[in-house]
Design a protein around this ligand. Structure first.
Ligand code: GAL
Length: 455
């Protein structure tokens, strides 16, 4: 039955339909190159290897379902690849006949994937499925009807009941359910190397607010040889997310909500204050911050060469794979100062692009991604908690068990800007550009204007 649905959808679509959507997607894609990853965009051409590109034009190729499944994602960094492979292992046990074509677009926070995907969607040659944040990031696709409605074929009653309601809502920004979320990461974490902060005489749980963290950096700098804050500025997202957390820590979740609703001018003082403190923090990052990735930076923390890292808990996934680096003894985490009680959420999902090259296999994969088995295999390694409510937590380890308790006890779980759920891609791209500039030259006036204009 579901197969019929997808065939119908394929019939409805034509190459012209894709071209009609191209303007919107191309606009976002071009702006999205501002982070300096444009070189990777050429990978988009790789899509041509799946000679299916031509087949798609007649929209009638429903009979090739059940064979290859091409997945585009960015999970190649520390710990993330293992989690992704665990997901694929589980899928292959369930569906041994499906051949998987793994097609990564590496780059933290999807910094290279947009161009690849948009080019392929515009060319009418989408992969079977791709990784994307639910919420606002989906809207260029849903606005153009480029994602299949999977409300019947995948989201059956069992799955609807099992998912946390707020997460399910993010999967239907245009009304129809179009995405399957697979995890919930927390963003407002301050990770630290236990012995480095002990050597410095700093107790992270005593740091009360974002300004207090600057004092801690100064102390680490004075008392040890370690980098106070290991941070990457090669791409803008890590500074954007840090600014979000400084803003929440100094102001409030209510103000942050006002911000993402676009009411910037009433928040000028708070926005500037967070930018000023971010500029001060950037005095304490590694000299090579402009040429490292987030996980290369995290290696420094693991090695004892850095004290603190602000990052989503995918960083903890990397610690899970490190030798002799144990939670509690060697590393730990406190909520970013001033954000206790907040679970600033980052969510990943997979979608079903229309004109799909493998209708049956794609549906099988999305069905699997929504199961307890998939989420139990993937999340403990990834450093995230499951969006389903019925996943046994026994294998999640002490850190994620604590995160899960924090999630359940949290007062707010706002969506993030830097990871696409909170704002439309056009705003996100403009903010990336602003923070890319700020990384090179921390000019608070220019950045404030950039933020104001972005919204
Ligand atoms: C986020 C994504 C996470 C993780 C992180 C670092 O956008 O949601 O799963 O991959 O980027 O690349």
């Amino acid at each position: 039955m579901s197969r019929d649905n997808t065939d119908d959808a394929a019939d409805r679509l034509s190459r012209r339909h894709y071209v009609a959507g191209a303007g919107t997607l191309a606009t976002v894609g071009i702006a999205g190159c501002s982070g300096g990853d444009g070189g990777d965009g050429s990978d988009g051409d790789d899509g041509s290897d799946g000679s299916d590109g031509d087949d798609g034009s007649d929209g009638s190729d429903g009979d090739d379902g059940g064979s290859g499944l091409e997945i585009v994602h960015w999970w190649t960094a520390g710990g993330e690849e293992e989690a992704y492979n665990a997901l694929l292992d589980g899928f292959s046990e369930e569906y041994p006949d499906v051949e998987i074509t793994d097609n990564p677009a590496p780059g933290g926070a999807g910094s290279a994937i947009d161009t690849v995907i948009q080019n392929r969607v515009i060319d009418g040659d989408p992969p079977s499925t791709f990784q994307i944040w639910p919420g606002q990031a989906l809207t260029p696709y849903t606005d153009e009807d480029l994602l299949e409605d999977i409300g019947d074929s995948v989201w059956d009653d069992e799955m609807r009941d099992a998912y946390r309601g707020g997460i399910r809502d993010l999967s239907q920004p245009g009304g129809n359910l179009v995405a399957v979320p697979i995890n919930i990461h927390r963003l407002n974490n301050l990770f630290y190397n236990v012995s480095v902060v002990e050597d410095a005489g700093v107790d992270p749980s005593d740091i009360e607010d974002p300004a207090g963290l600057l004092d801690a950096f100064e102390t680490v700098d004075a008392e040890t040889d370690a980098t106070p804050l290991v941070h990457q500025t090669q791409t803008p997202w890590s500074s954007l997310q840090l600014w979000e957390n400084i803003f929440i820590g100094q102001q409030s979740v209510d103000d942050y909500q006002t911000l993402i609703d676009g009411d910037v001018s009433g928040l000028e003082d708070g926005i500037r204050s967070a930018l000023e403190l971010l500029a001060d923090y950037l005095e304490y990052i590694p000299e090579d911050a402009g040429s490292i990735s987030w996980d290369q930076g995290n290696d420094d923390l693991i090695a004892g060469d850095a004290a603190f890292l602000h990052q989503g808990d995918w960083a903890a996934g990397q610690y899970g794979g490190a030798d002799d680096f144990e939670f509690g003894d060697d590393w730990d985490m406190v909520p970013f100062p001033g954000t206790e009680g907040v679970y600033h959420s980052v969510i990943d999902s997979f979608v079903y692009p229309t004109n799909n090259p493998s209708p049956e296999a794609t549906e099988q994969f999305l069905n699997y991604a929504g199961t307890v088995d998939a989420q139990e295999r993937f999340n403990p390694i990834k450093g995230s908690i499951p969006p389903r409510t019925d996943v046994p937590m026994d294998e999640f380890g002490d850190f994620l068990t604590r995160q899960f308790e924090d999630f359940q006890d949290s007062d707010d779980q706002p969506p993030t800007i830097a990871h696409g759920t909170a704002v439309a891609p056009g705003i996100h791209s403009a903010l990336d550009e602003t923070f890319s500039n700020f990384n090179g030259d921390p000019d608070v006036d220019a950045a404030y204007e950039g933020i104001r204009d972005a919204f």
